[in-house]
Ligand binder design. Sequence first.
Ligand SMILES: CC(C)(COP(=O)(O)OP(=O)(O)OC[C@H]1O[C@@H](n2cnc3c(N)ncnc32)[C@H](O)[C@@H]1OP(=O)(O)O)[C@@H](O)C(=O)NCCC(=O)NCCS
Length: 167
Amino acid sequence: MSAQWRERGPDSRHLTPMREGQLDTIMAIENAAYALPWTRGNFVDSIASGYLAHCLLDEHDVVLGYSVAMRAADEIHLLNLTVAQHEQGRGHARHMLDILVAGSREASATQLWLEVRESNSRARELYRRYGMAEVGLRKGYYPAAAGLKRATREDAVVMRLALEEVT
Ligand SMILES: CC(C)(COP(=O)(O)OP(=O)(O)OC[C@H]1O[C@@H](n2cnc3c(N)ncnc32)[C@H](O)[C@@H]1OP(=O)(O)O)[C@@H](O)C(=O)NCCC(=O)NCCS
C-alpha cells in the first residue's frame, strides 16, 4: 500500500514519504535512539517494498522523526516510530500516530499492532495514553545488544489499537 497520508493541523510540521536522500539524517537519529538500530538496508528495503514509510519535517524540511508501518490484510503493523532526541516531548510522536491512524482508517484497516521493548516505559506510556491496549508478551523477542549475553534477550509487549473505536 502506498497511501499518501494527508497532513492535518495548522502547524508547520508536515509528513512526507521517506526518501533515500533522507537516510543519512534518519540513520543518525536511529543510531542515537536504539541500542540495536535498524540498518540503512532495513529502511531501503522498507521504501522499496512500498511500506508506509514517512518522515515528519519542520518548516525548513529538517527531519524531526519518522515512522515505518506495514499493511497486512486489514491490519497495520507499526514497525518503527522514532523522534530525534532533541525534539522529543513536543508531541511529534503523537502527531505521527494521529496521521497513521487517520490514514489507516481511511484505508479501512481495522487494527493497529506494534511490539515495544518491555523496558521502554516512555514508548509504552505514549501508546497507552494513545488508547492502545497491552494484549500480549513475546518472550525473548528482542536480541541482546552487542556485547551482552544471550540471556539478556528482552521480551516484547504486544500492543493493539482497534481503529474502529478511535474517535
Ligand atoms: C517514544 C518516542 C517515539 C516518543 O516521542 P515524542 O515525540 O517524545 O512523544 P510525544 O511528545 O508525542 O509524547 C506523547 C506521549 O509520550 C509520553 N511521553 C513523552 N515524553 C515523555 C517523557 N519524557 N516521559 C514519559 N512519557 C513521555 C507521554 O505519554 C506523552 O503523552 P501526552 O501527550 O499525553 O503527554 C520517542 O521518545 C523516541 O523516539 N524514543 C526512542 C525510540 C523509541 O523508543 N521508539 C519507540 C519504539 S516502539
